[in-house]
Ligand binder design. Structure first.
Ligand code: 26Q
Length: 817
């Protein structure tokens, strides 16, 4: 079949004809949603043409394929990035404009799939974009949550959560694949029976949930490769039948249906906080088991039963421990369904699966009560037990008699299944997400494993797709860059460094600053339309946008703003360049201190707004419902990027890279990827403050830190802290954030106060702010820094990250272009 063209005229025809056929409307009569759907399905037609070619190519060449398993994929909207990757933005823009439709208004009709909480989920999405753009065969696998991350509203200064029903109007980008539906089994018991002189394990009396896959195409930039994001939806095998209705069994049948379908109902909103919830365990097993069954089915189609070939033809990457049940599930399929022996199955499993760790925070480590796993997944539990027995035997030979050490390294100990230990012990690769994080994994988190299997450990620094986070969200800067250095950087983002000499070019800096101004005006319009808040685009735009967490220290920023406020209010001679502080952050609904921090930021915004002199110099804006689409407007408009985590706590950070790429200058700690950003731009072009990671770790060990000594010696800080509870911020309810206040000063249950060293780092932060404010007064120097930040951001493209994963771990061969 000859390929259909997608030039301007055929795009117009397609849109008109779809509106006619689906809606019986002309362009003029159609609703914005109808127009969105007609445009989106035109883009989809264009993608599908490539999709079939790519699928046939993979089948014909029997190329190795990566399966990237992640409980979150925070994709953001698809339409514009798809047009961009199809190299067709110009054609669509013109076609729509000739039909009298504005592209931007069409783009805003797309609901954002919020199938993730934060960094880990967004990283998975960036990886898919890079995999396709580098022609590497891959499939992303996850859960098709009916409700993604909650939508955030701010009511009376406080966060309120609303459901996110993103599928309400359907999803143009997905296709159900009924022939790949499969069953996932829970509960019941395992019988051991003899068959042909061999032991067989038979799972009985289980209950079944059906897994139905929906595939979403992932186009690469100007390539033939189209990969897939596969999302699994849970369905009951039971259908309501009219007989049961007649027999009065209707209620029971519908209860059973609901029980099954609840598995893919909603994304858990806890970011880095583990709780042993049974439904969550079922979710993890649900998509992992369905994916593994599909992997083996596809493998057998291409390669028959030659399972030694599996590690050569398949790699399974698990994004943190959440899909770690892939390990016993692969063992189960290979042994119970394909008849392999234990040793063979274990060897294949280890060679096929690789693992990335994303956090060292103790409260995020995934552990499951042993009894829960035994009851819900009896066969998986048996395999885990045997894996643990053999592992402990091996550990004993390294550490004879050291029970405690072995207990710490075991898969099952102290009544719990330790997913991180399972992943390190049973995969061939464990990697961290920045150099510093990789070192901490080796020296602390997995210290003893590193002693006996050092070859497994590596660090590959995270990255972001420059297609979404520069080309799509900042088109003006993109054309300025192309005018200056050509277009090679689009395929080889490290070549952005060719821009560096332009930092000394006054005319270039002028244009760079002008583009920032336009992006600031775009954000001003968004804030005005969405929240009715007026922002002056002449102010400096300073942003901290990320999940709300104590270790990320939004409160350090807030306390500093309060100190600035006090200087303005008490000293009539004090002036500063006017600055607006943007915050974007969702708090987990059950995380009390995080919610109090949101309350504090909003109270601070009010306090400043009410003071006639303060509001000339300061403004605080809390952006409601920070999501990918908001980030795409906020980041290009920001001049200062706040990256304040307590050193050692932020494994990498990826928001930091997005700001850098868009020419914001960072103020931050030596944590995560900030360290490598500082290496790239040099200390003159970043504002580094605070304790270093090793000092933080020493302080925890010594356990002698006392925030009260700082409280007593720093007058400005003490005053700001006092204002949290003396009615300055909350005149009618002075105790509103009392718990937060106490957490900064007093320890509890034997823990020290201020566990994230907010007071300890305050002085240093404040000095860095002073230096930055002084430097900003010199525009030539400032814009030079900004340009250098963009120029040196190329190595933080996820294309570089994916190339490294591929060279060191996956060894995939690119498909032919
Ligand atoms: C685990 C078990 C049970 C319940 C919840 C969880 C859970 C959920 C989410 C554990 C961790 C997360 C999220 C982790 C995360 O987003 N980590 C971030 O990963 C980014 C990509 O590597 C890094 O850049 C960030 O530094 C890191 O915080």
């Amino acid at each position: 079949m000859p390929a259909t063209k997608f030039d301007k005229e055929s795009i117009k025809e397609s849109i008109i004809s779809k509106l006619q056929r689906y809606n019986g409307r002309s362009v003029k009569e159609a609703s914005p949603q109808q127009i969105y759907k007609a445009v989106a399905s035109t883009v989809r037609d264009q993608i599908m043409q490539k999709f079939t070619v790519a699928r046939d190519e993979r089948k014909a060449t029997k190329s190795k394929r990566l399966y990237y398993l992640s409980v979150e994929f925070l994709m953001g909207r698809s339409m514009y990035c798809n047009m961009l990757n199809l190299v067709s933005t110009k054609e669509y823009r013109e076609a729509l404009s000739e039909l009298g439709i504005s592209l931007d208004s069409v783009l805003n009709e797309e609901p954002e799939p919020g199938l993730g909480n934060g960094g880990l989920g967004r990283l998975a999405a960036c990886f898919l974009d890079s995999l396709s753009s580098l022609d590497l065969p891959a499939m992303g696998c996850t859960i098709r949550y009916e409700y993604g991350l909650f939508r955030q509203k701010i009511v009376d200064g406080q966060q309120v959560e609303l459901p996110d029903s993103w599928l309400e109007n359907g999803n143009v980008w997905e296709i159900p694949v009924m022939e790949d539906a499969c069953e996932v089994h829970y509960g019941g018991h395992v019988d051991i029976v003899e068959q042909d002189g061999k032991q067989k394990f038979v799972h009985r009396d289980y209950y079944t949930v059906e897994a139905v896959p929906y595939d979403m195409p992932i186009v690469g930039y100007d390539t033939q490769t189209v990969n897939t994001l596969r999302t699994w939806s849970a369905r009951s095998k039971k259908r309501i039948d009219l007989n049961s209705f007649g027999q009065g069994k209707y209620a029971q049948a519908s209860e059973e249906i609901e029980l099954a379908e609840v598995i893919s109902k909603v994304l858990y909103p806890e970011d880095k906080h583990y709780e042993g919830k049974m439904l969550r365990l079922k979710q993890h097993y649900f998509f992992t088991s369905a994916t593994l069954q599909y992997i083996i089915k596809d493998f057998k189609k291409l390669h028959g039963n030659n399972f030694e070939l599996l590690p050569e033809k398949v790699c399974i990457h698990i994004n943190d421990t959440h899909p770690g049940l892939a390990i016993p599930e692969l063992m189960r399929i290979l042994m119970d369904e394909e008849g392999l022996g234990w040793d063979e199955a274990a060897e294949i499993t280890e060679k096929t699966i690789a693992y990335t760790n994303h956090t060292i925070m103790a409260e995020a480590l995934e552990k499951w009560p042993e009894a829960m796993v035994r009851q819900q997944l009896p066969r998986i539990y048996m395999i885990l037990e045997e894996l643990n027995r053999r592992l402990c035997d091996k550990l004993w030979s390294f550490f004879p008699g050291e029970w405690e050490r072995i207990g710490h390294m075991a898969i099952i100990s102290y009544g719990q299944v330790h997913m991180a230990n399972l992943c390190v012990a049973m995969t061939h690769s464990t990697n961290g997400v920045s150099q510093l994080h990789g070192d901490i994994l080796k020296e602390e988190t997995f210290h003893d494993y590193n002693l006996i299997m050092p070859e497994k450990f590596s660090a590959i620094t995270n990255g972001i797709t420059h297609r979404r986070w520069l080309m799509s969200c900042n088109p003006e800067l993109t054309s300025l860059i192309c005018d200056a250095i050509g277009t090679d950087w689009i395929r080889q983002p490290e070549q952005l460094s060719a821009l560096r000499p332009f930092a000394d070019d006054a005319a270039f800096r002028e244009k760079f600053a002008q583009i920032k101004q336009h992006n600031k005006e775009r954000l001003v319009r968004l804030v005005q339309n969405r929240q009715g808040i007026t922002v002056d685009p002449a102010f400096i735009f300073d942003t901290q946008a990320k999940r709300l967490h104590e270790y990320k220290r939004q409160i350090l920023n807030a306390l500093h703003i309060l100190v600035l406020y006090n200087r303005i209010v008490t000293d009539e001679s004090f002036t500063m360049e006017p600055r607006v502080f943007f915050f974007g952050a969702k708090a987990s609904p059950g995380y009390y201190r995080a919610k109090q921090t949101i309350r504090l930021i909003n109270a601070l915004a009010d306090l400043i707004q009410k003071h006639p002199r303060a509001r000339k110099y300061l403004q605080v804006v809390f952006l409601e419902n920070y999501d990918v689409s908001t980030a795409e407007v906020l980041i290009p408009a920001s001049e200062i990027s706040e990256q304040l985590s307590t050193a050692s706590k932020e494994a990498s950070g990826t928001g930091n890279m997005k700001f850098m790429m868009n020419g914001a200058v960072t103020i931050g700690t030596m944590d995560g990827a900030n360290v490598e950003m500082a290496e790239q731009v040099g200390m003159d072009n970043i504002y580094i403050f605070g304790m270093r990671s090793d000092t933080v770790r020493d302080m925890y060990r010594e356990n002698t830190y006392n925030p009260m000594t700082i409280y007593e010696s720093n007058d400005e800080l003490r005053r700001a802290l006092t204002q949290l509870i003396d009615g300055t911020l909350f005149p009618t309810n002075p105790a509103a954030v009392q718990d937060l206040y106490h957490s900064l000063l007093m320890g509890e249950n034997g823990n020290m106060g201020d566990p994230y060293f907010v007071l300890k780092d305050f002085g240093s932060y404040s000095m860095a702010q002073r230096r930055m404010a002084a430097d900003h007064k010199n525009p030539d120097e400032w814009w030079k820094k900004a340009v250098i930040n963009t120029a040196m951001s190329g190595i933080f493209s996820s294309d570089r990250t994916i190339r490294e994963y591929n060279e060191r771990i996956w060894h995939l061969t690119p498909l032919k272009r």
